[in-house]
Ligand binder design. Structure first.
Ligand code: PEP
Length: 254
């Protein structure tokens, strides 16, 4: 049985004052009963990591980050922050391969694999994002695109490493657009991703891997998505900035 998970990707949003209000409101709703059945993760911008980890200190809500540097070793990498530094704050999760970084920072599948390995080395769990563009979907290339993205990572991981990651299926056309994949559309791709794990490592491992859906999830559409057999929760952007929406999504996953 896979434990549900909901991770909030704040992207480049927040302030010291608004973060404190948001986190404290989430903490009031995210009691032990809720977090016993869903892993709740907040991924703020790095500059707020210390603040958020401190606010979450005595709670069962966990902290994650949105990215780590490709450079694993400390040194002359101006502006970069590596996995070791993130881990010092108690960071448990890191989003890797988000489509915004693939598109805007030109992150390749090879970069994504390196980051996943760095994260695992520091006992951080990567939330590995994959997804097709609208053009790729409309031209019938969903499976080719998804298998390229997933297998380019699985090919470089050991079986143990593969069993430790979380996958997020995020159709690019649904991110921040208000368009959501229908539960059936999402389930089809989630089932396919699980089948890729199964063909590499067998059914037992594949059944343990959590696969989140991301793309305009909100409190109104979450429960229909999360009811699907292979959807284990969500990676949430815009709606994670509103405490009530985010808590509603978390409750829908239980
Ligand atoms: C995301 O950025 O990972 C995301 C899913 O964003 P949104 O929920 O706003 O579509």
């Amino acid at each position: 049985m896979r434990k549900a998970m909901v991770a909030g990707n704040w992207k480049m949003n927040g302030s010291l004052v608004s973060n404190e209000l948001l986190v404290n409101t989430i903490l009031k709703g995210a009691d032990k009963l809720l977090t016993d059945s869903v892993d709740v993760v907040l991924c703020p911008p790095n500059v707020y990591l210390s603040q958020i980890c401190e606010l979450l200190k005595n709670s069962s809500v966990m902290c994650g980050v949105q990215n780590i540097s490709l450079h694993q070793s400390d040194g002359a990498h101006t502006g970069e922050v590596n996995a070791r530094m993130m881990k010092e704050f108690g960071t448990k999760y890191v989003i890797v391969g988000h489509s915004e970084r693939r598109a805007n920072q030109f992150e390749s599948d090879a970069d994504v694999l390196s980051k996943i390995k760095h994260a695992l080395q520091y006992q951080m769990i990567p939330i590995f994002c994959v997804g097709e563009t609208l053009d790729q979907r409309e031209s019938g290339r969903i499976e080719v695109v998804i298998s390229d993205q997933v297998l380019s990572v699985l090919d470089g991981l050991t079986e143990k490493e593969a069993s430790e990651i979380v996958v997020a299926y995020e159709p690019v056309w649904a991110i921040g657009t208000g368009l959501t994949a229908s539960p059936d559309q999402a389930q089809e791709v989630h089932r396919y991703i699980r089948s890729l794990f199964s063909s590499r490592y067998g059914q037992e491992l594949a059944e343990k891997v959590r696969i989140l859906y991301g793309g305009s999830v909100n409190a109104a559409n979450a429960s229909d998505l999360f009811k699907m057999k292979d959807i284990d929760g969500g990676l949430v952007g815009g709606a994670s900035l509103k405490a009530d929406e985010f808590l509603g999504i978390c409750r829908s996953s239980t």
